[in-house]
Design a protein around this ligand. Structure first.
Ligand SMILES: Cc1cc2nc3c(=O)[nH]c(=O)nc-3n(C[C@H](O)[C@H](O)[C@H](O)COP(=O)(O)OP(=O)(O)OC[C@H]3O[C@@H](n4cnc5c(N)ncnc54)[C@H](O)[C@@H]3O)c2cc1C
Length: 471
């Protein structure tokens, strides 16, 4: 299905005009309609076209979010939650216009319960700001998408990152949340207890719902103790397949790796140039271990031995914080580094995830497909989870090239689904992957539509996302 058909939403001109007037009067300077700000609140990160909202509002409390949602509900106007806008699948676009609800002023830490290892926050705080706030407590929040995203956006996309292999994703790390629902009521989905069997699990329904079922106004998150020691480094391999086999062996042997990230040769070239790294342009694994001093040293040694078995190495590792920080900053900057491989290009980011036993096969077939398609497309991956990204660099002025890239992505997504995997391990569906949801989940999508219709009968919460229209 073409993106434009899947994501179509009718504009309600009268309703939008009325709500613009209401919000201007109620929020004054905290409601803006300038073109550049509106465009910044549409999709900006990839080749998916920007669809700007009609206005942007900056609430400061749950009560204000309720007021905004009630006004939008009364006049049937779309309301699209916005964190930092780093999502990659057109999530924050406004295909039928409407209001972008920017949570950046809701960025307070509400309570740190250090003894219980949890924290309650507002959704607009970013992951880096939260960790800076927590530093003196000896605790940290481990989920780390490459961008400095908001925690609300991360919960809404069920995000993860390099640490997920050890600490899980947002799904495992949100204990409870408060959300404003489409009728304007605010609900809290759970208390702070570590376990609960109390009714349907609305926390996990809202985590990953991409702003289509409710607007999150607070989150209670699990925290972790900052590890006593961390070791990490980079290990080269002759082929991507060898690197994947070493990853699979590491995971299957139960080595408690905290991060294990694949970077292929082309991506390595980009990282070397962008971040001034001194490594060979071959496939590499970036690896990190958390624990006691003796524990992390032993794990690094064992990993080095596994790498050698698969023809890799030497595994150069360090426990020096600054050196590790440089490596992981480079890894987190992989997206921006890739863009320098083809100046002026726009990226299309893929996000498949397969059972780890199929990973080597999936990446090998994908590399062959990239070569046959004649695309420039480096690969990075959270391979400990079976998740990898191909970043297709495109000339967006060349329709033939866009078509070639989209066909490649279609084959990649179907390859992962065919291996009992998913088209999206962490980025979400947004607009870009709507065409693959039914192919992955079949009739389950009908039940998702039933949930959406029950919770948001007027379809005002981020319409035109996640669920393709029923045929
Ligand atoms: C360089 C780069 C690297 C990345 N690396 C990773 C990665 O490793 N792992 C990963 O998972 N992602 C990654 N991403 C994608 C992105 O960072 C994540 O999807 C992130 O979770 C989005 O957060 P955000 O605050 O930017 O949300 P936004 O883009 O602002 O919003 C994303 C979605 O969440 C909804 N939303 C936002 N706030 C709320 C709220 N309070 N209530 C309800 N819905 C809300 C929006 O409506 C939208 O549907 C990367 C992106 C970039 C640009």
């Amino acid at each position: 299905m073409a993106l434009s058909d899947a994501a179509k939403v009718e504009r309600n001109e009268t309703g939008i005009a009325t709500v613009l007037g209401i919000l201007k009067q109620r929020f004054g300077e905290r409601f803006q309609t300038g073109q550049s700000l509106r465009e910044q609140h549409g999709h900006t990160t990839t080749y998916i076209p920007n669809q700007a909202p009609d206005g942007v509002v900056f609430p400061e409390s749950t009560a204000e979010v309720q007021e905004i949602v009630r006004a939008c509900a009364e006049h049937r106007v779309p309301v699209i939650a916005f964190g930092t806008g780093t999502s990659l699948e057109g999530h924050v676009n406004a295909p039928g216009g409407g209001i972008s609800l920017d949570t950046s002023r809701m960025n307070r830490v509400l309570a740190v319960n250090a003894e219980d290892l949890d924290v309650t926050i507002e959704p607009g705080i970013t992951r880096e700001d939260l960790n800076a706030y927590l530093r003196d407590t000896g605790l940290f929040f481990p989920i780390d998408p490459g961008a400095n995203a908001s925690l609300g956006g991360m919960a809404a996309t069920r995000a993860s990152g390099t640490n997920a292999v050890r600490y899980g994703t947002m799904r495992e790390n949100v204990l409870a949340l408060t959300a404003v629902m489409a009728d304007g009521r605010a609900i809290t989905t759970a208390k702070r207890a570590k376990k609960s069997s109390a009714g349907y699990d609305l926390t996990r329904l809202l985590v990953g719902s991409e702003g289509t079922l409710g607007i999150i106004t607070s989150l209670t998150l699990k925290l972790q103790g900052i590890p006593q020691a961390i070791s990490g480094g980079v290990c080269p391999f002759p082929t991507v397949e060898a690197a994947c086999q070493a990853t699979i062996a590491t995971i299957q042997m139960g080595i408690p790796v905290a991060r294990i990230e694949l970077v292929n040769a082309l991506q390595m070239r980009a990282l070397k140039n962008y971040s001034n790294l001194d490594y060979a342009e071959t496939p590499c694994l970036f690896v990190e271990f958390h624990g006691s001093e003796a524990g992390v040293a032993e794990q690094a040694e064992t990993f080095g031995e596994i790498a050698t078995e698969y023809g890799g190495g030497p595994f150069q590792w360090t426990a020096v914080a600054e050196e590790r920080a440089k490596l992981w900053k480079a890894r987190h900057d992989a997206y921006w580094a890739s863009l320098t491989l083809r100046p002026g290009s726009k990226a299309l980011s893929t996000d498949v995830c397969v059972p780890i036993s199929r990973l080597a096969e999936c990446i090998a077939e994908t590399e062959a497909d990239i070569a046959e398609s004649g695309l420039i497309a480096p690969i990075v991956g959270h391979v400990g989870d079976g998740n990898f990204h191909v970043l297709v660099l495109m000339d967006v002025n060349d329709p033939a090239e866009i078509e070639r890239a989209e066909k490649f992505v279609g084959r990649l997504n179907m390859r992962a689904i065919g291996m009992d995997g998913t088209c999206t391990g962490e980025h979400g569906i947004g607009q870009g992957k709507m065409g693959f949801l039914e192919r992955e989940l079949g009739d389950a999508v009908d039940f998702m539509r039933t949930i959406k219709a029950a919770l948001d009968p007027q379809n005002i919460l981020n319409p035109g996302k996640v669920l393709p229209a029923a045929h």
